[in-house]
Design a protein around this ligand. Structure first.
Ligand SMILES: Cc1ncc(COP(=O)(O)O)c(C=O)c1O
Length: 469
């Protein structure tokens, strides 16, 4: 008897228990605290147990209750960072994807899975107004940005054969940290990333961008890429994409857009994202604003040949022997990964089950909720909105008795910690013009107007408590 292979009945018991736990979790998310009440040492005490030499059988499932009790809950009032809310149909598909255990690397390794990923990538492109782009699903926005900049580097200063050559990359000072990280990893060097100041709406100053590019060109440097943001992480601002496309065209630079946070909102508000279809590559994150379970990012590109130039390193053992373009297709020729998970199944099933229209509606609700929150903040003299609300990120603070910045920062830091500890709403923070801001980011299909009202009442309650003390 092979101890790793169970009977149908034993498998059924395990799968039924897992399904039951999953369904209980989904049913309970509305009532859960927005963050579990537990300390670091308590989690260690609970879970840091010796590696079992002997199998525990069904007893191994017992601790799953504790795992679930102390995860960060996908509550409708979890509004920190840019964290999607986990759509359960996608989650069910993810379980099946794991059971199917497909290697989505080439048509010949998994015909239906590879075809579905190509279809889903096409759907995503079409949904945001970039019909005709191709691409692939990734672990997240950071890897999509890394891959986008790898395409840029190979297109403008090819490095695959002879090593990295100097060149410059341009982005606003609001750019997400995954861009400098990618530039470091690609050997371009962070000193060659020009961080361009923003206007009052946290959008890149195109006049200063032009000056910077011209200065570098005069100095003999090669502009590799201009990176725009379609939703900056702090405030959700969207750079003027058509103008960035023009500067890229004029300077011969690649045009990449980091749309990990915002680009999928083009499904609901295409006008805000004019110019998205003028990019050479762009990242988006279905695990953020398409509410899909982690992990699932996506890189789209206009020209698949550019992706192959960057990533094709086929060993003899992997060469395709067929002429048919569909059957010969290989993701590993266009991506970093060779072995790849069947990420597309969750998007495919979730989109087919609900329809794009319902996602559009959910994204619209998030945008409306952000405006609702901004409006409620504006009505409270004790609160101050710190940045325009371009998408669904709302940055604000509680005013201290005297508005000296340092005192205000310290007060709001304390407010944030106490609000999170109270467990009713979860906020994170941002730095706006050097000041500490409370930040709510609404990419949550379960959030209601009442949840938004609770953000205000919680911050006011804690702010008043601290100010009185
Ligand atoms: C604007 C932006 N870009 C990139 C990322 C990175 O995405 P991921 O966390 O999926 O790697 C984020 C994450 O919040 C983001 O907000």
């Amino acid at each position: 008897m092979n101890p790793l292979v169970l009977s149908d009945a034993d498998y059924k018991a395990v799968f039924e228990r897992i399904t039951q736990l999953a369904l209980e979790y989904v049913a309970s998310v509305g009532d859960q605290p927005s963050f579990p009440k537990i300390t670091g040492s308590e989690t260690e005490a609970l879970f840091a147990k010796p590696l079992p030499e002997q199998g525990m059988g069904n007893c191994s499932l017992d601790d799953l209750d504790r795992v679930i009790e102390f995860v960060r809950v996908t509550s409708p009032r979890f509004l920190g960072y840019v964290l999607g809310s986990g759509e359960p149909i996608g989650a069910a598909a993810d379980l099946l994807a794991s059971v199917l255990n497909q290697n989505v690397t080439a048509w010949r390794s998994s015909p239906s899975a590879v075809t579905i990923e190509r279809v889903v990538v096409g759907w995503l492109a079409e949904a945001i107004g970039c019909t005709g782009f191709s691409g692939s699903l990734t672990g997240g926005g950071s890897s999509a940005n890394l891959m986008g900049l790898a395409l840029a580097r190979e297109a403008r200063v090819p490095a695959n054969e002879c090593g990295a050559r100097p060149g410059t990359v341009y982005a606003s000072e609001q750019i997400h940290m995954s861009i400098p990280k990618a530039i470091a990893l690609l050997g371009i060097g962070r000193e060659n990333l020009r961080l361009i100041p923003c206007d009052d709406n946290f959008r890149i100053r195109v006049d200063l961008l032009r000056t910077s590019v011209e200065r570098d060109v005069r100095a003999g440097l090669t502009p590799i890429a201009i990176v725009g943001s379609a939703g900056t992480v702090s405030t959700g601002s969207i750079d003027p994409l058509p103008e960035l496309a023009e500067v890229a065209r004029e300077s011969g630079a690649w045009f990449h857009v980091d749309g990990a946070y915002g680009a999928l909102a083009a499904i609901a508000e295409p006008a805000k994202f004019a110019g998205l279809n003028q990019t050479d590559s762009l990242s988006l994150d279905p695990h953020k604003w398409l509410y899909q379970p982690l992990d699932c990012g996506c890189l789209l590109y206009r020209d698949a040949a550019a992706a192959r130039r960057a990533f094709s390193h086929t060993g003899d053992y992997a060469k395709s022997l067929v002429d048919d373009p569909v059957e010969g297709f290989a993701f590993f020729e266009e991506t970093i990964e060779l072995s790849r998970r069947f990420r597309a199944l969750k998007i495919w099933l979730s989109l087919r089950y609900h329809g794009l229209g319902n996602f559009r509606e959910a994204i619209r609700n998030d945008l409306t909720h952000a405006q609702l929150l901004a409006g409620l903040i504006a009505k409270q003299p004790e609160l101050e909105l710190l940045a325009p609300v371009a998408l669904s990120a709302v940055c604000f603070r509680y005013r201290s008795r005297n508005d000296a910045d340092r005192e205000c920062d310290a007060l709001n830091q304390e407010i944030l910690q106490r609000v999170v500890r109270r467990g009713k709403v979860f906020l994170s923070n941002a730095t706006i013009h050097g000041s500490f801001a409370l930040r709510a980011c609404i990419v949550n299909h379960r959030t209601t107007p009442e949840d938004i009202e609770q953000v205000v009442s919680e911050v006011l309650a804690v702010g008043r408590e601290l100010s009185a003390g």
